[in-house]
Design a binder for this molecule. Structure first.
Ligand code: ADP
Ligand code: ASP
Ligand code: MG
Length: 443
């Protein structure tokens, strides 16, 4: 029996929570690969160092580094760790400190340098947690092989299968618990990379797939995947079982509790994913499985940072090939399109609001008139078998009757009904949809 147990930032946010992690890992059986995130707040602190360096603000970078090192040092101290761990931690901080003048001289934070900074969180947390658990530490960069798309590196699953079987599996014949870091990896030539924010869930699933694990447990600070984000909707309740497709939609549409790509490796290998609360280990949890999860609506998610691009053109009328031309422009500019709706003379698509869109818009303008609406949010109601149930749309739209809806989609996936609206309207819309579907006992 092999289990991958991933603990997020808040689960390793203090000495007390790391003691709790130790109890959970100790109570589990068989071979255990423990994947940890950076201590809570540390990755954000590292982002602050990068942002200060981008502004050329040396003092700001040094101050942010001070906060990061204080947080790590106080956890190491509170866990009464001494000797080699303290030395290793000091080496990592010294490495970061040395990067600051080097980057300032260069006058630019390259994506590669940014990853060298961002990886520090998981490098430190993984050897600290390993030392406290008295477990073996394996640097994730020895096994998580990626390409060099710094900041959002793509894992090379064939290479990972090989490193896991050559470097990780043999260790399990000597010990039963191994600790490694999530989120970080390295190229084939050994250059440090990261998988993108929230990427530790993805690491856990990739390791589970490469190991052929029996299950992948995501330990976090809420009781599993809930009917909505409990921070925005306090009445949200745990969804006990979800199909992979439903979980993938929810993760993609903003349920931060699960990284959107986590599901892929698990689905391929048929590994059940379980989401549990580190602080209530016996409380409600969510099992994500490949067989039918039971009907009904499961959850409503909200994703901010959406922009709508509207393109209007009379050339669309009665011709063919217009959409192909249009999407070729998005392809050329490497802008991913999420939602699409069309009318006789217009097309509206959603894209990531944080992208610079000027060059794209200039090229799109050759096809028609272009308008951009920024600052939007998407609300997605998720539940398999939606197309076979009547009344869902009526209930959804009737609670939003006085809210301005900018786009609507209910697609072939059969698992989600989405609307795009102004970000200011999103919290209210989310609560109303949640009330209508999850608080009245109809579902
Ligand atoms: P971790 O550090 O353990 O990876 P995250 O902060 O990434 O934890 O994800 C957990 C958070 O996800 C919760 O605290 C919650 O606010 C948020 N969240 C958003 N949508 C949902 C949802 N549908 N169910 C549970 N949590 C959600
Ligand atoms: N520490 C990283 C982050 O905060 C990765 C993770 O926690 O999943 O984004
Ligand atoms: Mg997370």
């Amino acid at each position: 029996m092999v289990t991958v147990l991933k603990f997020g930032g808040t689960s390793v946010g203090s000495a007390a929570t790391i003691r709790q992690v130790s109890r959970i890992v100790g109570a589990a059986e068989g071979k255990r690969l423990v994947v940890v995130s950076a201590f809570a707040g540390v990755t954000n602190g590292l982002v602050e160092i990068i942002e200060s360096l981008e502004r050329g603000d040396e003092q700001g970078a040094v101050a942010a580094l001070g906060h990061v090192s204080e947080r790590c040092a106080s956890i190491i101290h509170d866990l009464s760790l001494q000797g080699a761990v303290v030395e290793k931690y000091e080496e990592e901080i010294a490495r970061l400190r040395a990067l600051i003048p080097a980057i300032l001289t260069l006058g630019e934070v390259t994506p590669r340098a940014a990853d060298a900074i961002l990886a520090t969180g998981e490098i430190v947390s993984s050897f600290v947690v390993a030392a406290f658990l008295g477990a073996l530490h394996l640097d994730a960069r020895m096994i998580m092989i990626t390409d060099d798309s710094f900041g959002a590196a793509h894992p090379d699953e064939a290479a990972i299968a090989q490193t896991v079987s050559e470097r990780l599996v043999p260790l399990f014949s000597q010990v039963s618990i191994i600790v490694t870091g999530g989120y970080i990896g390295a190229t084939k030539t050994g250059v440090t990379t990261t998988l993108g924010r929230g990427g530790s869930d993805y690491s856990a699933a990739l390791f589970a797939a490469a190991l052929g694990a029996d299950r992948c447990e995501i330990w976090t600070d809420v009781n599993g995947l809930m009917s909505s984000d409990p921070r925005l909707v306090p009445t949200a309740r745990t969804v006990p079982m979800l199909h992979y497709d439903e979980a993938a939609e929810l993760a993609f549409f903003g349920a931060k509790v699960l990284h959107p790509l986590t599901i892929q490796p698990a689905v391929r290998c048929g590994i059940p994913v379980v989401i549990r609360n580190t602080f209530f280990p016996d409380g409600a949890a969510t099992r994500i499985v490949g067989t039918v999860s039971g009907g009904g609506m499961k959850a409503v998610a909200c994703r901010h940072g959406v922009a709508i691009v509207h393109i209007r053109s009379n050339r669309m009328l009665g011709t063919y090939g217009f959409l192909a031309e249009l999407f070729e422009v998005f392809r050329r500019h490497r802008v991913a399109v999420d939602m699409v709706t069309t009318s006789e003379v217009s097309v509206s698509v959603t894209v990531d609001d944080s992208l610079a869109l000027d060059a794209l818009v200039a090229d799109l303008s050759l096809l028609g008139s272009v308008d951009i609406e920024r600052g939007c949010s998407q609300i997605a109601l998720v539940g398999a078998g939606m197309r076979r149930q009547s009344g869902i749309g009526a209930r959804f739209f009737s609670v939003l009757r006085d809210i301005n809806i900018l786009m609507v989609s209910m697609g072939a996936s059969d698992t989600n009904l989405s609307v795009v609206l102004a970000e200011k309207d999103a919290p209210e819309a989310l609560r109303r949809v949640h009330t209508a579907f999850f608080e009245k006992g109809e579902e």
